[in-house]
Design a protein around this ligand. Structure first.
Ligand code: PEP
Ligand code: MN
Length: 374
């Protein structure tokens, strides 16, 4: 055989081995899938690091060379993690809130409004404080075309000595202002015992960041006949957020709006750090609408327009914004609420996004408005 012929023969042998390896990898992955399903059926833990350790030490003991033990460990380590990722992907597909292949965006109906198509703005004060404050805010926002009015009646506050919200009275004032100005209302519910009451007054139930993993509350709003605005906890992973949404969906309420509102980090120039990556990652993982609360992310008012532009450019389907007639006197979050002039500037600085047609996202077909409307 010529030298070239010999090389070609060796190469073709390598090609053959590659094919055999690929077939073996696939066979191994299918076996792992079968094992995974059996474990799920019998309720056994799906990941078994001890078994991986045993397999690896056996392989290293039997290693014929020439690869050193470290390389064998690395190669099989890769194989083990790829298999684990495959199983996690399979679990994710099982979630009701997961976007299946080709699934269109989910539209969530909020009364007469629709969230999930063109970007929406949800604006209003941090807390409902009195009739004049909420009515003036609603009148102003309605005059600017805002259709969704926010305002807290039950407030989760860091200190028990801070204003806790007006409770039932706040719900009433918010509902009256929203109706008078043709808006839909969004307010937080902090306690399973309040869900029924909040449903009587509000169009959307907000579950706040601090309650993202209050599983009993998630189940209760999952049984309610109202869409749920679920905020990401300040230290919650996206996996945890999606599973929190799954708690709601599992009870029959698929009308969920996810909201990124900043995560905790080390830099104190902002209250939280707005995680823009959350937007495209959530849009990919789920068909639910994804919103961004720029006010609670920043905790200041001078950078809200650029944050909103970034969020909308990344694919957010709406923005939450705190607006108050006189922020300096606000009973909560005074430092971050916009007054009416500042709102007008915010609007001008983000105007391109409110008129723009939705970018190339999947076709919209499915519509949800919460469990059977009462
Ligand atoms: C709020 O929106 O009023 C609020 C308290 O926000 P978060 O739960 O994101 O802190
Ligand atoms: Mn607030």
């Amino acid at each position: 055989m010529t030298e070239n012929g010999e090389l070609a023969a060796l190469r073709s042998e390598v090609d053959g081995i590659n094919h055999e390896l690929l077939a073996l990898f696939s066979r191994r992955a299918r076996l792992a899938q079968e094992i995974h399903e059996q474990k799920l059926r019998s309720g056994r833990p799906v990941h078994d690091p001890e078994r991986e350790r045993q397999m690896l030490s056996q392989l290293i003991a039997e290693n014929p060379g020439p690869f050193p033990a470290g390389v064998v460990a690395q190669l099989f380590g890769e194989l083990f993690s790829a298999t684990k990722a495959l199983m996690e992907g399979a679990e994710r597909k099982g979630l009701r809130v997961a976007r299946g292949p080709g699934d269109p965006d989910l539209l969530v109906r909020v009364g007469t409004e629709t969230v999930g198509r063109e970007p929406v703005l949800i604006a209003g004060p941090c807390s409902v404080e009195n009739a004049v404050q909420i009515d003036r805010t609603a009148a102003f926002l309605a005059s600017r075309g805002v259709r969704l009015l926010r305002g807290g009646a039950y407030k989760p506050r860091t200190s028990p000595y801070d204003f806790q919200g007006l409770g039932r009275e706040g719900l009433e004032l918010l509902a009256v202002a929203a109706r008078r100005h043709g808006m839909q209302s969004v307010t937080e519910v902090v306690d399973t015992r309040h869900v029924e009451e909040v449903c009587r007054y509000a169009d959307v139930l907000q579950v706040g960041a601090r309650n993202m993993q209050n599983f009993e509350l998630l189940k209760e709003v999952g049984r309610a006949a109202r869409p749920v605005l679920l905020k990401r906890g300040p230290s919650a992973t996206l996996h945890e957020l999606l599973h929190a949404a799954e708690y709601v969906a599992a009870q029959g309420n698929g009308a969920i709006l996810l909201c990124e509102r900043g995560i905790r980090s080390f830099d104190n120039q902002t209250r939280n750090v707005l995680d823009i990556s959350a937007v495209p990652l959530l849009r990919r993982a789920t068909a639910l609408p994804v919103l961004v609360d720029v006010s609670h992310a920043a905790g200041r008012k001078d950078i809200l327009a650029p944050l909103a532009r970034a969020a909308l450019a990344a694919g957010a389907q709406g923005i939450l914004l705190e607006v108050h007639p006189s922020p300096a006197t606000a009973r909560s979050d005074a430092q971050q609420q916009l007054d009416f002039d500042e709102f007008a500037r915010f609007e001008a600085e983000t105007s391109a996004f409110w008129t723009r047609a939705p970018v190339a996202h999947p076709r919209v077909e499915r519509v949800s408005s919460g469990a059977e409307q009462a």
